[in-house]
Ligand binder design. Structure first.
Ligand code: 5RP
Length: 267
């Protein structure tokens, strides 16, 4: 592996082999979604606890201080919106690799929709993006999204989508956690896996538990958005999630961190 690629990956994946990515890219198809109406304000108290921030160029330029010291994972795909839910897989590349370099991105990310009508289109986009990014030593993270016909949390589907993204050349794959068979998803994917959270969960303990279990089964960390910044106590969530990822905190210990920060007993 070239020095530049290694250097960028080491900005994202920490020395302990773990990673906590904070995505605030949801507006690229959801618009001003809840708690992300003003992304700069949302992220301000929580970015220090993340290892990298994932977002689009528009939000990066408009809302993020260029002096920020966190690595940036630039979302470069889009072209679909919530206004046409049946067309959500109809994505292309919206942001060039030149732009990613100009913005000093440490990685780029794009969605692939395995099992959907535009599966081929998005997988070919991934191949083209990887071809171009590899020339400049920029890692590509594949955001495996949910096909319409296969279950979101079905290990066979997650394993299929993750493996295919890795085969095409993604350096990191984002998938979802599933209780049954997640270790098979990890075993079948030759590159590091991070998990997303999806819509806000009923309890924070639930979130700590599935992150803990995913790490036990081989994930390297998270690309976790809504369960942090849509929570009533985002800083407490960010600190507790960080404790699970980088301090091997159990779900119970993470809950203690959360409760202490929430009640003001800890910073
Ligand atoms: C959708 C994404 C998100 O970055 C990803 O799904 C993680 O976010 P969350 O934890 O909120 O599901 O690619 O825009």
């Amino acid at each position: 592996m070239e020095w530049g690629m290694k250097n960028r990956l080491s900005q994202l994946i920490q020395k302990d082999g773990r990673a906590m990515f904070l995505p605030i890219d949801h507006g690229y198809f959801q618009g001003p979604t809840s708690n992300l109406e003003e992304p700069g304000k949302t992220i301000e108290p929580i970015w220090p606890y993340a290892d990298a921030i994932m977002l689009t160029r528009g939000v990066l330029r408009a809302a993020i201080d260029p002096a920020i010291t966190k690595p940036i994972i630039l979302r470069v795909s889009g072209g679909a919106t919530m206004a046409r839910r049946d067309e959500l897989d109809n994505e292309g590349i919206t942001t060039s690799v030149t732009e990613a370099i100009r913005l000093n991105a440490s990685a780029v990310s794009m969605s692939v929709y395995v099992g959907s009508e535009r599966e081929h289109q998005t997988l070919m986009s991934l191949g083209n993006l990887v071809n171009e990014c590899e020339d400049y030593g920029i890692p590509t993270m594949a955001v495996t999204s949910v096909g319409t016909e296969l279950g979101k949390r079905d290990a066979r589907y997650l394993a299929l989508a993750s493996r295919i993204a890795a085969e095409i050349g993604a350096r990191v794959v984002k998938t979802y956690y599933c209780e049954e068979g997640f270790e098979k998803v990890v075993r079948g994917c030759p590159v590091p896996i991070v998990i997303a959270g999806g819509p806000k969960a009923d309890s924070e303990f639930e979130v700590f538990k599935w992150i803990y279990d995913a790490l036990e089964k081989g994930a390297i960390g998270v690309n976790l958005g809504r369960n942090i910044w849509q929570h009533e106590h985002p800083v407490a969530m960010a600190k507790a999630v960080r404790a699970v990822i980088h301090e091997n905190a159990t779900p119970k210990e993470a809950q203690d961190v959360f409760d202490a920060v929430k009640s003001g007993k800890a910073d």
